[in-house]
Design a protein around this ligand. Structure first.
Ligand code: ZN
Length: 501
C-alpha cells in the first residue's frame, strides 16, 4: 500500500451504451455506425418542437439487470429530468437524464486489489439517460474551419454508473472498468466492441488535496494512462509546494496528457427540472422477476472447480465473455485432458499473440485452435512448434490469406513432429512423415550402423579404442542425439558381443 500521505483516491463515472435495437425515446434504429450521418433520426431524437418522447421498456429492463447484477437498490420511484445546456451536438438544448431520483442507488463491484485478494468498490448510483449527438471536427479541433454534426447517436440509451472514490491506483481503476465491462457483456446488455460504447469521467485526488475531474476518456487503456499522468502531475505540484486547483481537465488521447478545460462547468448551471413529458418510473417490482445469468465471479470459481484452472488463468479467461466461451468450446470434447493445456495456451500465449497483432479473438478458428491443442496434448509437436504454428495461423488471418489447418501449416513449413522413442527418456524429431519408427529406434539404429560400418567393427575387434566411440557417434547421429549415452553404451556393447558370439 502506498504511503498514506501519498494516497491516491479515484472515483469513476462510466457511461455505457445499452445495446437495444431502438433508441431510448423513439423507434430509430440504434445500429448507425456503418451508415451515413443523420440517417437514423426522427423528430423525437432531433428534439423538434412538439415531439413527444416515449420510453423504451427494453432499455429500462437492461438497466435493471445491471442494477441487480451490481447489487444496487432500485428506487421505489425514479424520475427523468431535463439537464439544460447548449452545445451543437444537443440541438434541443437539454438532455433527458435522471438527477435527484436515479433508477438505483448503492451496490458494489468486486475487483482484484493491488495487494491480491478481492476488494469491494462501492457504487453511488446508476441512472439512465440519452446520448447526445456527435461532432465531427474537420481537421484539427482547435484550428479546423468547421465541424459537422451527426445526430445518429442522439437518443441512444446510456446508463451512467457512478462509483464511490474507492479505487487507490490507476491500475485499480483499469481493473474496475474491465470487471464492469465483463459484467455488462455477461448480461448481454452491452457491446464493448462498438466504437464509443463506453466513456469515462474520472475523479482523482491525492489525499488531503483538491480533486480534479478528467472528462470524456473514450478508451479502456486511456483511463489508466490519463490517471497515471494525473498522479504524476499532482504529486509534482505537491512536492513543489503548489496548490492543486479543483478543476475539470480533458484527456488528449493522442498525446497521453490531460489539459485544463477553459470553461468552468458548475452543476447548478444546468437548471435541472423534471421532464414534463415523461411520467415517474415505478419499476422496483420488476427486480424479483429478473433472472441473472452466470456472472464473471461465479464463472471464475466454476473454471477453478470444474477444469482445475489456476486462479490467474481463471481470472483471465472469465475476464471476457468471448474468451470464456472460446475456452469452453476448445476443451468441450475432452475437458479432462485438454483444460490445463488450453487454459495455459489461451491465457498466456494466444492473448499475447493477438494483442501483439492488434487482433480480435473472433477471427480465430476454434476447430483449428482445438486441433493445435490436441497436437500438443498428444506430444506430437513441441511447444516451440506450437507457437510457430499459432503465429503462422494468426499472420495468415491478419493478411487475409485462406485458412489452413495446423497440419497443413506443419507440412508447408516442414515443421518437425516429435517421434517418441521407447527406451529413451527424451524425444527425437524428424521431418514429418520421413522417419519410420520401429518398436525401439535405438536398437534399430544400432543394427543399421553395424551393417553400414564393417571396417569399424573390425577395428573394434582388434581392440582399437576409437572404434567404439566412432560407432556410438554414428548411432547418435541416427537418433539425433536423443538416446541416453549410458543406455547407448550398454546396448551397443551387448550388440557387439552378440555379433561376436
Ligand atoms: Zn428518433
Amino acid at each position: 500500500m502506498a504511503d498514506a500521505e501519498d494516497q491516491v483516491i479515484v472515483g469513476l463515472e462510466v457511461h455505457c451504451q445499452l445495446d437495444t435495437k431502438s433508441k431510448l425515446f423513439c423507434g430509430c434504429d440504434t445500429d448507425y455506425r456503418s451508415d451515413g450521418p443523420n440517417t437514423h433520426v426522427c423528430p423525437i431524437c432531433l428534439g423538434l418542437p412538439g415531439a413527444m418522447p416515449s420510453l423504451n421498456k427494453k432499455a429500462i429492463q437492461y438497466a435493471m439487470k445491471v442494477a441487480k447484477a451490481l447489487n444496487c437498490e432500485v428506487l421505489e420511484e425514479s424520475e427523468f429530468s431535463r439537464k439544460n445546456y447548449f452545445y451543437p451536438d444537443l440541438d434541443k438544448a437539454y438532455q433527458i437524464t435522471q438527477y435527484d431520483k436515479p433508477l438505483a442507488e448503492g451496490g458494489y463491484l468486486e475487483i482484484e486489489s493491488d495487494e491480491g485478494g478481492e476488494r469491494k468498490i462501492r457504487l453511488t448510483r446508476i441512472h439512465v439517460e440519452e446520448d447526445p449527438g456527435r461532432l465531427v471536427h474537420m481537421g484539427n479541433v482547435e484550428r479546423g474551419k468547421y465541424s459537422l454534426v451527426d445526430y445518429n447517436r442522439a437518443g441512444i440509451p446510456l446508463i451512467e454508473i457512478v462509483s464511490e472514490p474507492d479505487m487507490r491506483s490507476p491500475k485499480e481503476a483499469r481493473k474496475f472498468l474491465n470487471k464492469l465491462r465483463a459484467t455488462l457483456e455477461y448480461l448481454s446488455v452491452f457491446d464493448s466492441e462498438k466504437e464509443g460504447s463506453l466513456r469515462v469521467d474520472a475523479n482523482i485526488s491525492i489525499k488531503g488535496h483538491e480533486r480534479v475531474e478528467v472528462k470524456n476518456i473514450t478508451s479502456y487503456k486511456g483511463v489508466e494512462k490519463a490517471l497515471l499522468f494525473e498522479v504524476t502531475r499532482q504529486k509534482n505540484l505537491i512536492r513543489r509546494g503548489q496548490r492543486i486547483e479543483r478543476e475539470t481537465r480533458h484527456y488528449l488521447e493522442a498525446r497521453g496528457v490531460t489539459q485544463s478545460a477553459r470553461s468552468k462547468e458548475m452543476e447548478n448551471d444546468y437548471r435541472y427540472f423534471p421532464e414534463p413529458d415523461l411520467r415517474p418510473l415505478r419499476v422496483k417490482s420488476w427486480v424479483d422477476g429478473i433472472v441473472l445469468p452466470e456472472l464473471p465471479d461465479a464463472r471464475r470459481e466454476r473454471f477453478i472447480a470444474q477444469y482445475g484452472c489456476s486462479l490467474n488463468h481463471a481470472r483471465t479467461l472469465t475476464g471476457e465473455l468471448k474468451l470464456a466461451n472460446f475456452f469452453e468450446k476448445v476443451v468441450a470434447a475432452d475437458p479432462k485432458n485438454l483444460s490445463t493445456l488450453a487454459s495455459t495456451w489461451i491465457a498466456d500465449t494466444l492473448i499475447g499473440e493477438l494483442n501483439y497483432r492488434d487482433m480480435n479473438l473472433d477471427k480465430v478458428n476454434i476447430e483449428g485452435f482445438t486441433d493445435l491443442i490436441n497436437l500438443l496434448k498428444d506430444d506430437t509437436i513441441t511447444d516451440k512448434s506450437g507457437v510457430e504454428i499459432l503465429r503462422e495461423t494468426l499472420d495468415r488471418i491478419k493478411n487475409n490469406l485462406p485458412y489452413e489447418t495446423p497440419l497443413e501449416i506443419m507440412n508447408r513449413l516442414n515443421i518437425r513432429k516429435i517421434v517418441h522413442l521407447s527406451g529413451c527418456g527424451n524425444t527425437v524429431s524428424s521431418a514429418s512423415g520421413n522417419l519410420t519408427v520401429g518398436p525401439n529406434p535405438i536398437l534399430q539404429a544400432i543394427s543399421e550402423v553395424l551393417i553400414e560400418q564393417p571396417k569399424a567393427i573390425e577395428d573394434y575387434n582388434e581392440g582399437k579404442k576409437g572404434a567404439f566411440n566412432f560407432l556410438i557417434g554414428q548411432v547418435m547421429k541416427k537418433t539425433r542425439g536423443c538416446a541416453d549415452p549410458a543406455d547407448l553404451n550398454r546396448m551397443l556393447t551387448e550388440a557387439l558381443k552378440k555379433r561376436e558370439a
